[in-house]
Design a protein around this ligand. Sequence first.
Ligand code: NAD
Ligand code: ZN
Ligand code: ZN
Length: 381
Amino acid sequence: MRALTYEGPYHVKVRDKPDPRVEHPDDVILRVTRAAICGSDLHLYHGFVPDTRVGSTFGHEFTGVVEEIGPGVRSLVRGDRVVVPFNISCGTCFYCQRGLYGDCEASNPMSDLASGVYGYSHMTGGYDGGQAEYVRVPFADVGPMKIPEDMTEEDVLLLSDVLPTGYQAAEMGGITDGDTIAVFGCGPVGLVAARSAWLLGAGRVVAVDRVPERLEFARRWAGAEIVDLGQVKDPIAVLRELNGGRGPDVCIDAVGLEASGSPWQTLLGRKLKLAPGSSVVLDWAIHSVRKGGTISIVGVYGPPANLVPIGAAMNKGLTLRMGQANVKRYMPHLLQHVRAGRLDGKALITHRFPLEHAAHAYQLFEAKADGCVKCVLVPSG
Ligand code: NAD
Ligand code: ZN
Ligand code: ZN
């Protein structure tokens, strides 16, 4: 089959790989119909994620059609169309039983950090991902959700990650009626967090980014006021003016690693006197949120950025919540929002490419060029 593989930092290509096969009785093999590229894939692409091996296939947001079925699978038949959560979860371990699917210990026994994840390095189990013609899906009775007959692949594709992640980001903010929410990052995750904040009762939503097209998207699609980092010298001061001069009640970090190690950090870090390896966004969030406020972190962090201004957070009595999204927990509920048009994930898809053009798609998405918000690969129809 053809698959998008990692060849080294900033280098991916589409090449031949052996077809995946059923390895355990509860596996299925999917023919992939849509596979999105995520901001999390950029951390791999940038070479930030430890133990990302050359030749591994990326892709943790996908839909597909069931082609082959292991003898233990009960709930799927050949030909079923499914959307698959990015967390691989067993459904029965201590964490899965508590709805913490992103912490499943059976799908990634080598690590105590997170569950297995498709196409996300050997740190999360070494599973090949869905940016390919075919993908192996373990624990197939647990994760995949059948696509309702009256819905298309693209209607539900973002239920695999971005919709649950953005929604969980807003939910972890503990929003109460009328709260002021600041969302850092207007990528797909931040946009969904902004829109979800309204669904959870926010009174004011402010989105922060530096890419004009994405800010415009936040204004139009998520109904947010915007702070353009290209125009504003001191984002902390601007945010602190909100909410009667107290600062936002909740700050959501939907940026993660990009805010460290980037030229922006070098630039801003000098001004802000940030320690090397600390995160611009966490610094801004902690210093701008009101006292007693909440920081919700869904941006992914790792070794290049592990320093946090913990003294300020402690003295301000903040609540910090964070984590990988527990996708499966949210799917049924969010499907209703999708159906009703309240969370129209499909509207975020700005670009589609055949799988063969995946390397170009990565370049475009990484550069945030051409108004690109969400890029989708189409391995087969
Ligand atoms: P993306 O790369 O498309 O978007 C990130 C946005 O942040 C960009 O628009 C960029 O311009 C903006 N940005 C960069 N520096 C900034 C700064 N200092 N202040 C404000 N904005 C800034 O990514 P995405 O797909 O939206 O994902 C966002 C983050 O969420 C990534 O870190 C990704 O890994 C993470 N993520 C986490 C989970 C989870 O389960 N926790 C799931 C999916 C994605
Ligand atoms: Zn993702
Ligand atoms: Zn489990």
